[in-house]
Design a protein around this ligand. Structure first.
Ligand code: GAP
Length: 487
């Protein structure tokens, strides 16, 4: 594992590269940046779309038991009272009385644990935590406010900005919900919440689905959309932002915990297959971590996280919760709508249980960037070395699939053939046309944005209809016919 400073340095490189290469821009940049918010540029928006499409294809299109949805961001406020978010959805906060600054204690402790990992093995760290603070995991959020405060004081955690001793207050909970007002009059009656997760409208539509489709349990509902959280400590690039995208699936199963837990395990395997074979993240950087009992959200009976090994440490990429029938029961109580499923085979009526695979889209973009970014040292013909920046996106995720190069810009026949190829190939794939600079430089430009193939039209192409295709990863070139490419 890289040291903390070198790991952040590595992240800085990737962020700088992402900005320079049209992937991601700081939001409201011309006004001095609304901190920790990002806009996706021409290539970044394509990578994000490709990830969303791959996900949709795998989880919705290729399954006959999952239905896609697209629901509104602003829901009836009662939704969030029923779901428990108004009363429960928050982060712990602590103030430094000396400076008036506010921090998330769990994050300060996580940073301190990361420091300790430089000199302690994971096993020794756990032993130390158990002996000193009576906790059995390295997830401070689950320890509760009293233990976190004891740790902050016991380990003399400093103010991370001033690097000086702090005078810490008690730890309190702060809501993560963002709100706005509908209509011309601002007041409690017009207040609505910006959804902090996309899934609640899948629950509130449950009865509509039963009444209007042929869905039979087990079945799932999926959607991709924006969610908003007033995060106290946004940061680490796209990892934690206040506006982000989720793709959530609610998979409804019988109200039998044994069947539900089996389905939970199946979804673990389905999720891992997705990360390994669809998004193609390095399997050594993916692991599953089961939540401790005291770490579970207010709605969950069992949860696991799929974690990715970011440059600093293992952090969450996807949640996979067994929510029991908490949500449907709550909405049934708050709305008075019967949320029972009538099993046509057994005649039984019950409120189904649900398994929730919850993916962060923005977080996946970041993991894909980190996973695919490479600086490769290559040997040149004269024996000297050079560094090639190459983003090894899987074909399906690459923003540009083919780059088309006429060898000589001045040769009209070559330009015409190249333009014709672009026109035909871009009906199927996102392509780029580049006729400027020498071929070596053009290859490098495409390597830097992760284009899998470069196609060069040269003199021979005019004679026999063949072109060279150059592979991004091996840098090997071979001759193929245009017809075989267009298939
Ligand atoms: N409905 C369950 C739920 O929302 P979560 O673990 O809070 O669970 C699910 O969020 C996923 O959404 C996370 O695994 C992460 O990928 C993404 N996510 C959550 N908060 C985020 C944030 N502030 N910025 C970016 N992605 C976030």
């Amino acid at each position: 594992m890289a040291s903390a400073s070198s790991s952040h340095f590595w992240l800085d490189i990737v962020v700088a590269r992402a900005k320079r290469k049209w992937f991601v821009y700081p939001w409201s940049d011309i006004y001095g940046w609304l901190a920790n918010s990002w806009d996706y540029g021409p290539y970044g928006s394509l990578v994000k779309k490709n990830i969303a499409d791959a996900r949709w294809q795998y989880f919705v299109q290729e399954r006959d038991d999952i239905y896609g949805m697209d629901t509104a961001i602003l829901a009836h406020p009662r939704t969030w009272e029923a779901s428990g978010h108004v009363s429960n959805f928050g982060d712990f906060l602590i103030d430094d009385k000396k400076t008036g600054q506010r921090f998330r204690p769990d994050k300060l402790i996580e940073d301190d644990l990361e420091q300790k990992r430089q000199s302690l093995s994971e096993e020794d760290l756990l032993k130390f935590l158990a002996q000193t603070y009576g906790v059995e995991n390295t997830v401070p959020e689950s320890w509760g406010p009293d233990v976190m405060l004891a740790y902050m004081k016991g380990e003399s955690i400093k103010n991370p900005d001033t690097k000086k001793d702090a005078e810490w207050t008690d730890i309190r909970k702060f809501t993560l919900m963002l709100s706005t007002h509908l209509g011309p009059i601002e007041g409690d009656a017009s207040k609505v919440w910006m959804r902090p997760e996309t899934c609640q409208s899948l629950f509130t539509n449950f009865k509509n689905i039963l009444n209007t489709t042929r869905a039979r349990i087990p079945f799932g509902l999926a959607q991709i959309g924006k969610a908003f959280r007033n995060e106290i400590t946004p940061g680490q690039f796209l990892y934690r932002t206040r506006e982000f995208e989720q793709m959530e699936i609610e998979y409804f199963v019988p109200n039998d915990p044994e069947i539900a837990l089996k389905s939970h395990q199946e979804w673990r395997d389905i999720s891992l297959y997705f990360w390994h074979h669809i998004i193609k993240l390095n399997p050594d950087r993916i692991r599953v971590r089961e939540h401790e009992q005291d770490e579970l959200s207010h709605y969950s009976s069992a949860t696991m996280d799929v974690e990715y090994l970011y440059p600093w440490w293992w952090w969450e990429l996807q949640g996979l919760a067994y929510r029991g029938n908490f949500d449907l029961t709550q909405h049934q109580q708050f709305s008075g709508t019967d949320m029972q499923y009538h099993d046509p085979k057994t005649g039984k009526r019950y409120v189904p249980h649900v398994i929730e695979p919850s993916f962060g889209l923005s977080r996946t973009v970041m993991a894909v960037f980190l996973d695919c970014y490479d600086e490769e040292v290559i040997e040149k013909n004269d024996g000297s070395t050079d560094t090639r920046v190459v983003i090894r996106f899987p074909f399906a995720l690459a923003p540009v699939k083919y780059a088309i190069f006429p060898l000589m810009e001045k040769d009209e026949a070559m330009m015409t053939l190249a333009r014709d190829l672009f026109k035909k190939l871009s009906k199927k794939y996102y392509c780029e046309f580049d006729s400027s600079g020498n071929i070596g430089k053009r290859y490098r430009r495409q390597d830097e944005i992760g284009t899998p193939y470069c196609l060069t039209i040269d003199h021979q192409s005019l004679e026999d209809g063949t072109i060279t295709i150059r592979d991004r990863d091996t840098m090997k070139q071979e001759r193929i016919s245009i017809d075989s490419l267009l298939g």
